[in-house]
Design a protein around this ligand. Structure first.
Ligand code: ZN
Ligand code: ZN
Length: 339
């Protein structure tokens, strides 16, 4: 049993993350209390940290990528056991709105977002609805398991495009999602041109099977090289408005551009370019519940992908303030923290 108190990473205000002592929350009906084992820092944690989200309910225990063991079961939780290792699916769609009913729970009208709009898992313990934790098979290492959530994001993005294995993709921006998308696509038999400005990240993409390209070309050069390589799908994972503007302008005739990044600045496009060239702009955010987590877990279980390959630093939960500050510099592909 726990002592009733826990350490928690509380974002008090932008740029001020404190490790505070908080009471361990008791699980309500349908909830489970997790004792956290391993956590991952995501780009959205960084944007909360930097104060880029206007609706953050400060002070907030942030964090949404994590695995842990079930410490307590609330009333009416079925199918889960004490001590079981689980991964958190941190977006909780309502399951009842028209979007959930039409298979688009990723954009549910009433979605709860763990660690963003309500307390998350950067703590020794966390409460999660039992419906949104997934048992992790023993054959999956903790380091791979903690990346199941971003892998589900990457998988959903890849499946959003009508491209098929054998096609040529361009992935712009090699943060965690860009790299996981690259790994998955390479393993599945796509040819991937991987772009970033950080040489360590393109080197990693090359190890994952992609063709690494330092992102410094002009729009005209990019258009020429995509045309020549036969690129039919471009994934904008950089979350930078100029990158999307350039991707749309340089896309070969008939290509799809999939927007995965979360830039909040305006990009620009020219109607006639889109219509004449037959460019489709699609978008992808998070994942479909429950399918995409199930798919990701199965792919890991089969040893088909090893998302832990993108981990750039492993540290401890006590180092969270420094780790978040480091993540905010944008050089890391994934920092994980042992609790
Ligand atoms: Zn995330
Ligand atoms: Zn809904």
């Amino acid at each position: 049993m726990n002592s009733g108190q826990m350490n928690a990473g509380v974002l008090v205000q932008p740029k001020q993350l404190e490790l505070q002592t908080r009471p361990v929350p008791p699980p309500g009906p349908q909830e489970v209390l997790l004792k956290m084992d391993l956590l991952g820092i995501c780009g959205s944690d960084v944007s909360l940290y930097l104060g880029h989200r206007s609706n953050t309910p400060f002070p907030l225990i942030i964090g949404h990528e994590g695995i842990g063991r079930i410490e307590q079961l609330g009333a009416n939780v079925t199918g889960l056991q004490l001590g079981q290792k689980v991964v958190i699916e941190p977006n909780f769609p309502c399951g009842k709105c028209s979007l959930c009913w039409s298979g688009r729970s990723n954009i549910c009208l009433h979605k709860r977002i763990f660690g963003v709009l309500e307390p998350g898992c950067f703590a020794e313990y966390a409460l999660v609805p039992g419906q949104f934790v997934w048992p992790v098979p023993d054959s999956i290492s903790n380091e791979d398991a903690v990346l199941i959530e971003p892998m589900a994001v990457a998988l959903h993005a890849l499946y959003t495009a009508p491209a098929r294995p054998g096609d040529v993709l361009a992935v712009i921006g090699l943060g965690a999602i860009g790299l996981l998308l690259t790994q998955l696509a390479c393993r599945m038999g796509y040819r991937v041109l991987a772009y970033d400005r950080v040489s360590e990240k393109i080197a990693l993409a090359e190890q994952l099977g992609a063709i690494p390209i330092l992102a410094d070309s002009s729009e005209a050069d990019l258009a020429k090289s995509w045309q020549k390589a036969g690129v039919n799908t471009i994934f904008e994972c950089a979350g930078a408005a100029p990158a999307l503007t350039m991707a749309i302008a340089a896309a070969p005739r008939g290509a799809n551009v999939v927007v995965v990044g979360l830039a909040d600045q305006a990009s620009s496009l020219t109607e006639f370019t889109l219509t004449r060239q037959g460019i489709q702009v699609l978008s992808s955010i998070i994942y479909q519940h429950p399918l995409d987590f199930q798919r990701s877990i199965r792919l890991l279980e089969q040893g088909f992908i090893q998302p832990s390959k993108i981990i750039s630093q492993s540290t401890t939960f006590k180092q969270l303030p420094a780790a978040l500050e480091k993540a905010s510099k944008g050089q890391d592909s994934k920092i994980i923290l042992a609790v």
